[in-house]
Ligand binder design. Structure first.
Ligand code: ATP
Length: 306
């Protein structure tokens, strides 16, 4: 059995190496992704950021011409404000963030940042000004410090530590035996989803982008973790133009405007209290989520008491 176990173990570690290699490559593609169909105009210049206000003007978009995904979507994220996009699964929420990164061009209408049409400026300059806290953060196989510093390679140790503190992950890191030098990722310490997300937030705090896109986790987090992440997100989005793609509703309560997307169109819009009072789609989604969260909490308590 031992003889068999060793090669299996070996195969397992080779498999993990390959998988991690792929993850790193995927991550690099995520960061560097340039859709070959999207090319800069020869005369394109860099996006000039003044305050960082975003506008979607009558945006129409389809991945496949026979199936429109966004059908005339207009909204603004004024500089320094937070706008959240919510809606049923498949409504087109993530598509909005992909268009903002200009992974695709709109079919009709326009998207502007500080009045500049995304199609008229260099793609690289658009991606430079947008910070993204993704749903699922993949960490590099390196130290925690490296993973945070990736946001701004010139950052000092003190700045890395301060960013971790602001992202509510400082306490966690300090109690690790090797602190900021702890190896993480597939080959090191495995962090929970919530810890990884806070490392990503610390990275973004260091990068200090003028525009922020938060792609909120689809997966359920326990109430405590969710509160910690929310506190970290509040720090990073304060006074920064922020678009929240909310697959759940936990981050939207404080948003300056909530856009409820349904079948590629805006069905409702307003602040949380207004939308609850309207008693429409948002109010229904909210009620359903509240019930689901309560059920999850109860289940957790039952499991913990076992
Ligand atoms: P969820 O909350 O489930 O993540 P979403 O509102 O973010 O959903 P999108 O990811 O924007 O939804 O997708 C909107 C629609 O576009 C879906 O029907 C999806 O199948 C389709 N879609 C997404 N990406 C592509 C793609 N690359 N090619 C073709 N269709 C796509």
């Amino acid at each position: 059995l031992i003889q068999l176990a060793i090669p299996l173990n070996f195969i397992g570690s080779v498999y993990r190496e390959i998988r991690q290699g792929l993850t790193d490559i995927e991550q690099m593609f995520d960061i560097l992704e340039v859709d070959p169909e999207i090319t800069d105009k020869p005369e394109a210049e860099d996006l000039q950021i003044r305050q960082g206000g975003i506008a979607f003007k009558d945006v129409h978009f389809a991945y496949d011409p026979s199936r429109p995904i966004l059908k005339g979507v207009s909204f603004e994220v004024p500089a320094g404000k937070t706008v959240a996009i919510v809606g049923p699964t498949g409504a087109g929420k993530s598509t909005i963030s992909r268009l903002l990164f200009r992974f695709y061009d709109v079919n009709q209408g326009a998207i502007t940042i500080d009045g500049q049409d995304l199609r008229d400026v260099r793609q690289s300059s658009v991606r430079n000004v947008i910070g993204m806290v993704p749903q699922d953060t993949v960490l590099f196989n390196d130290t925690i410090a490296y993973n945070i510093r990736y946001g701004r390679p010139s950052a000092t140790d003190e700045e890395v530590a301060a960013a971790a503190e602001l992202a509510q992950v400082g306490n966690f890191i300090r109690q690790l035996p090797e602190g900021f030098d702890t190896q993480v990722g597939e080959r090191g310490l495995k962090l929970s989803g919530g810890e990884k997300q806070r490392v990503a937030i610390a990275r973004t705090i260091l990068k200090a982008p003028p525009v922020l896109v938060l792609d909120e986790a689809t997966s359920a987090l326990d109430t405590h973790t969710e509160r910690e992440i929310q506190a970290a997100l509040d720090v990073v989005s304060k006074n920064r133009t922020t678009l929240v793609i909310a697959h759940r509703l936990s981050t939207v309560i404080g948003a300056d405007e909530i856009i409820v997307l349904k079948n590629g169109q805006i069905a409702e819009r307003g602040r949380h209290d207004d939308l609850i009072a309207q008693n429409g789609l948002y109010a229904q989604m909210w009620e359903r989520q509240r019930e689901a969260t309560m059920a999850e909490e109860q289940l957790r308590k039952v499991r913990e008491s076992d």
